[in-house]
Ligand binder design. Structure first.
Ligand SMILES: NC(=O)C1=CN([C@@H]2O[C@H](COP(=O)(O)OP(=O)(O)OC[C@H]3O[C@@H](n4cnc5c(N)ncnc54)[C@H](OP(=O)(O)O)[C@@H]3O)[C@@H](O)[C@H]2O)C=CC1
Ligand SMILES: O=C(O)[C@@H]1CCC=N1
Length: 264
């Protein structure tokens, strides 16, 4: 039995992905804080929504998907109900496996996961790292749960904050870029809907090329950039405004914020 504790945006996306992948509603328990959300989950997915302590007792795999700031309270609530035979998968940004292990006590296997919102369309990037008591079987089980909803990569826990900054937050940078490009279209007099269509299809097309061509992004960009042409005129402006340096600084700031989150 799998339990998702804190079934918000990420928890719900995983829940619906697991159901699409063939898990049965009877295999999954969910927990929430608000009663109306519990009711909505029951009605939409047919799963049982129970208390955190019931979920911790009944399930052998617990997926913790509350906000980092709520993790301490949740762990205190479930600590006495989680046996060392359970696998605990922690999906919260910044929360270390040792933070979870210490609050659960015993030798509970913990796997830390950082996923991202494309999980809603089975296109997540999930990175996983084992805690002190997690072994190969626990990593394999975590991969089995996450691979139906996207790509899964094992990384050392020391790289989790960097991965949170890069792929956890990553989709937001692309949405931000799309907003900026659509604004540029508006500035040039395009209708808003047409500008959004053009930018969206360009970004989807570029993403598919990047994934499926096997070519390096520099090669793909050079193929668009004609000598004396339009693209280099734009790139010269991006360079003048230090956009590359801004990305380096931004992602470093996200990494630093991830490091801070476990301390509340
Ligand atoms: N959003 C993102 O892009 C990503 C988020 N994450 C991580 O995933 C986790 C969840 O994020 P997200 O889904 O966006 O957040 P949400 O706020 O959407 O979901 C968290 C849920 O947990 C519930 N909750 C809080 N405390 C408890 C409790 N004690 N018992 C049961 N349920 C509780 C909340 O209930 P209520 O709504 O009633 O407050 C809410 O529904 C975070 O730790 C975040 O760092 C990771 C990668 C990407
Ligand atoms: O912004 C956040 O804290 C979360 C973690 C990764 C993406 N969103």
């Amino acid at each position: 039995m799998i339990a998702i504790l804190g079934t918000g945006k990420m928890g719900e996306a995983l829940l619906s992905g697991l159901l699409r992948a063939g898990f049965k509603p009877g295999d999954i328990l969910a927990t929430t804080r608000r009663a109306e959300r519990a009711q909505a989950l029951r009605e939409t997915y047919g799963v049982r929504v129970v208390s955190n302590s019931e979920a911790a007792k009944a399930a052998d795999t617990l997926i913790l998907a509350v906000k980092p700031q709520d993790m301490g309270t949740l762990l205190a609530e479930i600590a006495s109900y989680v046996p060392s035979s359970s696998l605990v998968i922690s999906a919260a940004a910044g929360i270390t496996t040792s933070f979870v292990e210490q609050r659960l006590g015993g030798e509970v296997p913990v796997v830390r996961v950082m996923s991202n919102t494309p999980i809603r369309f089975d296109e997540a990037m999930s990175v996983i790292s084992p805690g002190a008591h997690a072994g190969e079987e626990h990593l394999k089980l975590t991969e089995e749960l996450l691979s139906p909803v996207g790509k899964v990569l094992r990384i050392p826990e020391s790289q989790q904050d960097a991965a949170t900054a890069l792929s956890g937050s990553g989709p937001a940078y692309f949405f931000y870029l799309v907003e900026a490009m659509v604004d540029a279209g508006i500035l040039l007099g395009m209708p808003r809907a047409a500008a959004l269509d053009m930018v969206t299809q360009s970004i989807v097309g570029a993403a598919v090329m990047l994934r499926d061509s096997g070519e390096h992004p520099v090669i793909l960009r050079e193929a668009v950039t004609s000598p004396g042409g339009t693209t280099i005129a734009a790139i010269a402006e991006l360079e003048r405004h230090k956009v590359r340096a801004a990305f380096l600084a931004a992602i470093e700031a996200a990494r630093d914020r991830s490091r801070e989150l476990a301390s509340g």
